[in-house]
Design a protein around this ligand. Structure first.
Ligand code: ADE
Length: 258
């Protein structure tokens, strides 16, 4: 998978992503990262890439022409017939999730466009962008961090990037359940003991406990995910009992207040 990033801060992208699992995947040639400076395509002697907004208002808007030139250069150097998908990072986009990471990982290459200032001239977006994506409901200063988040999550879904051992941890969102808690030595730390079941060596019991912990966590912080989770009969019973216990607590508290 080849990632191309159009940005005003290429060094931020390369420095941020050339570490750990992704760095290893790049060294192995499984993924590549090409961060391109939009400013190199400015035709202005002062290398400007932005201008005042038509209609007035605060801030500057990134001009269409340098972005378009940058894009055409990436497409040309790629030497392939098809045009790759172009992802524009914006809070006005579809919210990124694990499903989308898996889908994007099927592509041979992807181009990311990182905006800055108050936005990007809409005409170049209409002309080159295929996907507008947000990484969450908050506003960042630019698309760089958002593109890095996406590249990390997408890369993990590219075959060969994760070792067999590492790919276990991507299961977290797969079954619509959050990951269970993990512990390592020592057995007691600050008077806190590792849950007994994990020391038992009883694999089936450990598996059952971990699934229950996942259900519990998901219920506590992301209950909407549980609707799409696949639970066994026994797990459904566990979840039902959990809800009943919660209901009892609510009723008990209410009666104590009265
Ligand atoms: N650019 C600014 N904020 C963003 C967000 N939340 N997601 C993607 N790109 C952005």
């Amino acid at each position: 998978m080849d990632f191309h990033v159009m940005t005003l801060f290429p060094e931020m992208i390369t420095a941020g992503l050339h570490t750990s699992i992704l760095g290893r995947a790049m060294d192995a040639g499984i993924i590549s990262l090409n961060a391109v400076n939009i400013r190199d395509y400015s035709e202005d002697k002062h290398r400007h890439v932005d201008d005042y907004p038509y209609g007035g208002g605060a801030g500057m808007v990134m001009s269409a022409e340098p972005i378009s030139k940058c894009y055409e250069d990436i497409v040309l150097k790629r030497m392939k017939r098809s045009r790759p998908r172009v992802i524009y990072l914006t809070p006005q986009g579809r919210v990124f999730n694990q499903e989308m990471a898996k889908e994007f990982a099927q592509e041979e290459d992807l181009i990311f466009l990182c905006g800055h200032y108050e936005g990007v001239d809409e005409r170049v977006l209409d002309e080159i962008v295929t996907d507008r994506v947000s990484i969450g409901d908050y506003v960042l200063s630019g698309g760089e961090l958002a593109s890095m988040v996406m590249i990390d999550a997408i890369s993990r879904m590219v075959p060969g990037v994760l070792t067999n051992e590492e790919s276990g941890s991507t299961e977290s969102f797969e079954g619509n359940l959050l990951e269970y808690p993990q512990y390592t030595r020592p057995e007691v730390w600050h008077d806190r003991k590792v849950p007994e079941v994990l020391l038992s060596g009883h694999h089936a019991k450990i598996e059952e406990w971990r699934r229950q912990q996942s259900i519990l966590r998901t219920h506590q912080v992301r209950p909407e995910l549980l609707e799409g989770a696949e639970l066994s009969k026994k797990e459904k019973k566990f979840y039902r009992e959990l809800l009943e216990k919660e209901q009892e607590m609510i009723e008990k508290n209410a009666s104590e207040e009265n």
